[in-house]
Design a protein around this ligand. Structure first.
Ligand SMILES: [Zn+2]
Length: 148
């Protein structure tokens, strides 16, 4: 059964909104009523199966690195479409390998962000792009920036 939120095929009917996978059950509201649960589902569902957790991993990557994955592609002479297609393929393979090794539930945003970083490094090396060191991007630095 597919998860009504992320499209994962590992879902069980266990929530007021319908079948959820383990990761989505962990994030589902545990208080409030059906309307609150329905609002959460509408606001956080990505209607492309298999995309939800990659999107969350990319958000996590951006939080850790201070930039979205592959932002360097636009400033180089490489074919952006080809690099993005290669990125998607390499990431899909990495996600499948880790899910097979650690289990579907291991693919949480922080894990996916690490895989994205690895795929990005591989592509940067392939295209002879030197990725800059991440600047001060700790949670503390981000918090201080949010106050200004
Ligand atoms: Zn799910």
């Amino acid at each position: 059964m597919e998860c009504v939120r992320c499209g994962s095929g590992w879902a069980v009917r266990s929530h007021v909104v319908g079948a959820l996978c383990g990761r989505c059950r962990e994030e589902a509201p545990r208080c409030g009523g059906e309307a609150d649960a329905a609002r959460w589902l509408r606001a956080t569902t990505i209607p492309l199966p298999g995309s939800y957790w990659v999107f969350r991993g990319e958000e996590e990557f951006a939080a850790q690195h201070g930039r979205p994955p592959l932002d360097w592609v636009r400033t180089t002479a490489v074919d952006e479409g080809a690099v993005r297609a290669r990125y998607a393929g390499l990431l899909r393979t990495a996600l499948a390998e880790v899910a097979a090794r650690l289990g579907e539930g291991a693919l949480i945003p922080s894990t996916i962000a690490v895989l994205i970083a690895g795929v990005e490094r591989e592509l940067a090396v392939r295209h002879r792009v030197l990725l800059s060191e991440d600047s001060a991007l700790s949670a503390d630095a981000r918090f201080r920036r949010s106050l200004t």
